[in-house]
Write a protein that binds this ligand. Structure first.
Ligand SMILES: [Zn+2]
Length: 241
């Protein structure tokens, strides 16, 4: 449960969302629409939260600007030819055409959108959203079961995949239910990064915590996981189509 709070410092009003969690220290994040999201341990007093915000004011300002620049919603989508949409790590150019048979197709760096009316923004958005959801389900499940197949002897059970939109993490693992949850925003990253998140979560079926054994197995499954982790930037989490 998050709580919206404000406070004033040097005449400037700062708004933020506060969530209390079981954690050890205060954490600040800027989410896609430029909101400052703060999480802190259960019993941290508010003055400590505010002190952390004030201390990081420069970082908050520059990160907010960057998040807003990267967020196409702040530039208002119109779904016209030439607009760019991230898909599997590449910015694809939208090409629209009027057609009574509506469809969305990806061909190399272009997304072809056929819509009954090009003036109907809601309709175009709906078509594209539906296409993204279908692609996400298809591609994630393909990658997920391919990794399990590849390391069958290590992962011999029936595993399930769930897809969710998350704001702070790429994936999670429900160990008792043999289920991996992937962040739907991974569809903006390329396949090798999706595989890395899948392998990280699968490793949790063997080792719950991020300890030495965990990283040893992850390195076996995905030798260049460090490089992939580095490439998996926040840009994809902040991106909104
Ligand atoms: Zn983990």
């Amino acid at each position: 449960m998050s709580e919206n709070r404000t406070f004033t410092i040097d005449g400037e009003t700062i708004e933020y969302e506060l969530v209390r969690r079981k954690m050890k220290s205060i954490r600040l994040r800027i989410i896609g629409n430029g909101t400052l999201a703060v999480s802190c341990p259960m019993r941290t007093p508010i003055y400590e939260v505010e002190r952390a915000i004030v201390k990081n004011r420069d970082w908050i300002r520059s990160t907010t600007l960057r998040a807003l620049e990267q967020n196409p919603k702040s530039q208002k989508r119109e779904y016209y030819t030439g607009e760019k949409f991230l898909f599997l790590g590449v910015e694809r150019t939208l090409l629209t055409a009027q057609n009574s048979r509506e469809s969305v197709q990806l061909r190399e760096d272009y997304i072809f959108l056929n819509a009954r009316s090009l003036d109907d923004l809601d309709r175009k958005k709906k078509l594209l959203d539906k296409w993204y959801i279908q692609q996400t389900q298809q591609i994630f499940s393909q990658r997920f079961y391919a990794q399990i197949e590849k390391f069958k002897s290590l992962f011999p059970y029936d595993y399930k995949l769930k897809i969710r939109s998350m704001t702070a993490r790429w994936g999670s693992c429900m160990i008792n239910r043999n289920t991996v949850v992937l962040n739907s925003k991974l569809i903006y990253a390329d396949e090798s990064l999706i595989d890395y998140v899948i392998l990280h979560e699968l490793t949790h079926f063997k080792y719950k915590n991020h300890d030495k054994d965990f990283y040893a197995l992850l390195t076996y499954l995905c030798p260049d996981w460090k490089a992939r982790k580095k490439m998996l930037s926040n840009k994809y989490i902040y991106y909104e189509r």
